[in-house]
Ligand binder design. Structure first.
Ligand code: ADP
Ligand code: MG
Length: 259
């Protein structure tokens, strides 16, 4: 039998992230298989964002290992101490793992097209014409071909988030992380962002999604994980997870607050 290490796209081993005395992430293990959609749910403050940010090296972890395609990434040993890897290698990791945040973080002074071209040009050194063609393809994917020349301020929240998704995709990542991608949106704009994520899922993209939208979680997930106080408390296939979670009082109380 092949080992899990060989098959997983991403493998987290014993991840710990502290802020002072607080362990925001307290020993998380996770392996994500190619094409798998993992949804993480859990109360506010349970460490979901910290975990996703750690995967992308936006946070420096205190303990544990991150393996991407079997490679130990993000950190190197120097004089017996573990330190973040070179800027170049971290940029490479970030281009392989795309991330989309609750609050979009588009560059306000650049057009939509400029936003989507920026990563390929500055991080990957891609030729501008090629980056433009790629950006146009990605904007078509998210249904925003007609918004290329406008500035983000003129867009709705749902459109901004779709630009953010296009921008991440323009780096041609092997995996995507979504941190509450619809939490900042008016309810009527949530659907268009979910449609975009659904289309990506259909294309076979490997993803970790943090969301409070349980209907979407149930629909898109291959696996649902409940996180609380920095640890993974429970997980399962969505049918099993949502079918049996009332047996766990904390999960059922959380879910009743989400509805
Ligand atoms: P979630 O995304 O599940 O709501 P977070 O990962 O944002 O949770 O936060 C987990 C815990 O870490 C919380 O107690 C939060 O207050 C704390 N925390 C997050 N970021 C920081 C930070 N930069 N400095 C100090 N504490 C932080
Ligand atoms: Mg969060």
């Amino acid at each position: 039998m092949k080992s899990v290490e060989k098959e997983a796209v991403l493998e987290l081993k014993g991840i710990v992230k502290r802020y002072g005395k607080l362990k925001a992430v307290d020993g998380v293990d996770l392996s994500v298989l190619p094409g798998e959609k993992v949804v993480i749910i859990g109360p506010s403050g349970s460490g979901k964002s910290t975990l996703l940010r750690s995967v992308n090296m936006l946070e420096q972890i205190d303990e544990g290992h991150i393996l991407f395609e079997g490679r130990d990434v993000g950190y190197v040993m120097r004089k017996g101490k573990r330190v973040p890897d070179s800027h170049r290698n971290i940029c490479r990791l970030r281009s392989e793992i795309g991330m989309v945040f609750q609050h979009f973080y588009l560059f306000p002074h650049m057009t939509v097209l400029g936003n989507v071209m920026e990563g390929p040009v500055t991080v990957k050194g891609m030729d501008k014409e090629e980056a433009r063609r790629l950006a146009c393809m990605m904007l078509e994917k998210v249904g925003l071909s007609d918004k290329k020349e406008v500035f983000p301020a003129t867009l709705s929240g749902g459109q901004k988030q779709r630009v953010a998704i296009a921008r991440a995709l323009a780096m041609q990542p092997k995996m995507m992380l979504f941190d509450e991608p619809t939490s900042a949106l008016d309810p009527e704009l949530v659907g268009e962002v979910f449609d975009t994520i659904r289309a990506l899922a259909k294309d076979g993209m490997t993803m970790i999604i943090v969301t409070h939208q349980m209907g979407f979680a149930r629909e898109i997930a291959d696996r649902v994980i409940f996180m609380e106080a920095g640890v993974f408390v429970d997980s399962g296939r969505p049918g099993d997870f949502f079918g049996t979670c009332q047996e766990n009082e904390r999960i059922s109380s959380f879910l009743s607050r989400c509805l």
